[in-house]
Design a binder for this molecule. Structure first.
Ligand code: NDP
Ligand code: MG
Length: 390
């Protein structure tokens, strides 16, 4: 059998490293074309050599010399910068992992879709800001997008063999993050350090803080809307502290199909890697008797205002996802820098949405990269002036 050609964008991150772990376990099956990273040159070089990649790209141009030195004599080509990332994504492969964090992930992902094949999509921001553009690009080039976010992989698996017209509800579970049991009035005093630990998952700092505020869940609701094209009113959120049921799909005969699995992103990554087959994965096998109970409870919208904001964005559509992410990212930066408090993040985002969503010239503009950039910038400027005012 010929080897599968693959590329991994965001290889040095949490998802990238889990992907590499799976690839290394069955290395003879793969031919690694491109790997990318940002600041972590040592890791990028080490993986590029171990995976015998054709090219290693750092997003940061100032790191090119360091990458070149680290890979001297290895036979791996080196490149740097956003244009180089896009060039690397244009190299034909059968499977691409999109695991760059943030808006920077969109263009390499779009480029990868243009050679067909499969895009395993971890990068949330591209679906939330540009879901329609991503899906239409995939369609135009006969490419396939597979979800990597655990909830969306779960929905995807619960939908296998079903007719979308029979789906009544898609239920996304939320652990509630670091502060789920804190008294509501103490949330305003939450520190960056306390928001940066997740009760169940081990992830990067930004996504962990976004879990504590449920902005991560908010993004996932919008991702659900974009990926599966389900109406916003069919998308529900339920608190599930154990994070073992990742999502559920309810059908018109009253049946609910739930996806249950361990907290290990290698499951969703592996599913996307081997789809449509299932293959053995090195993840924990759940002992249900030991777990003994699965808990579900209603989401308290006062504790988690981000969920209500996500519904506003889903209803509004157009470029509202770009405003949402721009405001959310500015709020998160300001929280990490100590400029605003934890609960102010949602206040900021709500005010920016109130100011910009009614602007149909902005929100209903064509979904092009230029318009997305412009909308993001306007969202970020609004958020910045909010931060400067408080
Ligand atoms: P990490 O922060 O761990 O890794 C991000 C990766 O992107 C690293 O390789 C980093 O390089 C690279 N990177 C950072 N900035 C840029 C940039 N401007 N241009 C190009 N590359 C850049 O993130 P995660 O792996 O946790 O998450 C990746 C994506 O997957 C995110 O969109 C996240 O929301 C999503 N996701 C993550 C989950 C998880 O469990 N971690 C679950 C579901 C979705 P370097 O580190 O070398 O600087
Ligand atoms: Mg998730």
């Amino acid at each position: 059998m010929s080897k599968r050609r693959i590329s991994i964008f965001g290889a040095t991150g949490s998802i990238g490293q889990s992907t590499i772990d799976l690839i290394k376990r069955d290395f003879d099956a793969y031919d690694v074309v491109a790997v990318s990273g940002g600041q972590n040159i040592a890791q990028l070089a080490k993986d590029a050599i171990a995976l015998r990649a054709d090219v290693a790209v750092t997003a940061d141009e100032s790191k090119l010399a360091a990458l070149r030195a680290a890979l001297a004599g290895s036979g791996v080509d080196v490149a740097a910068g956003q244009a180089a990332l896009i060039e690397a994504a244009a190299r034909p492969v059968d499977w691409t992992m999109s695991a760059i964090v943030g808006a920077a992930g969109l263009e390499p992902g779009l480029e990868a879709l243009k050679h067909g094949g499969t895009l395993a999509l971890a990068n949330k921001e591209s679906l939330v800001t540009a879901g329609k553009l991503l899906m239409s690009t995939a369609k135009a080039h006969g490419a396939r997008v597979l979800p990597v976010d655990s909830e969306h992989s779960a929905v995807f698996q619960a939908l296998v063999g079903e007719d979308m017209s029979t789906v009544e509800r898609v239920i996304i579970t939320a652990s509630g993050g670091a502060f789920r049991d804190w008294p509501l009035e103490t949330l305003k005093d939450a520190t960056v350090a306390s928001a940066s630990t997740h009760p169940n998952w081990n992830m990067g700092q930004r996504i962990t803080i976004d879990s504590a505020s449920m902005f991560n869940k908010a993004l996932e609701l919008i991702e659900t809307r974009e990926f599966f094209d389900v109406a916003p009113e069919k998308i529900e959120t339920i608190m599930h502290p154990q994070s073992l049921v990742h999502a559920l799909v309810g059908y018109n005969d009253g049946a609910i199909m739930a996806h249950v699995g361990p907290h290990d992103m290698r499951h969703a990554i592996g599913y996307a890697l081997h789809w449509p087959e299932r293959q053995h994965l090195p993840v924990e096998r759940l002992d249900l008797a030991k777990i003994s109970q699965l808990e579900f409870r209603e989401v308290d919208l006062a504790r988690y205002p981000a969920i209500g904001l996500a519904h506003e964005v889903m209803q509004r559509g157009g470029l509202s996802g770009a405003v949402f992410i721009a405001a959310k990212d500015a709020a998160l930066d300001a929280f990490i820098d100590g400029r605003i408090g934890f609960v102010q993040m949602a206040e900021l985002v709500a005010d920016v949405l109130d100011a910009l969503l009614p602007d149909s010239g902005l929100i209903d503009a064509t979904m092009s990269l230029d318009n997305l950039r412009q909308t993001t910038q306007i969202g970020a400027e609004h958020a910045q002036s909010w931060i400067d005012r408080v």
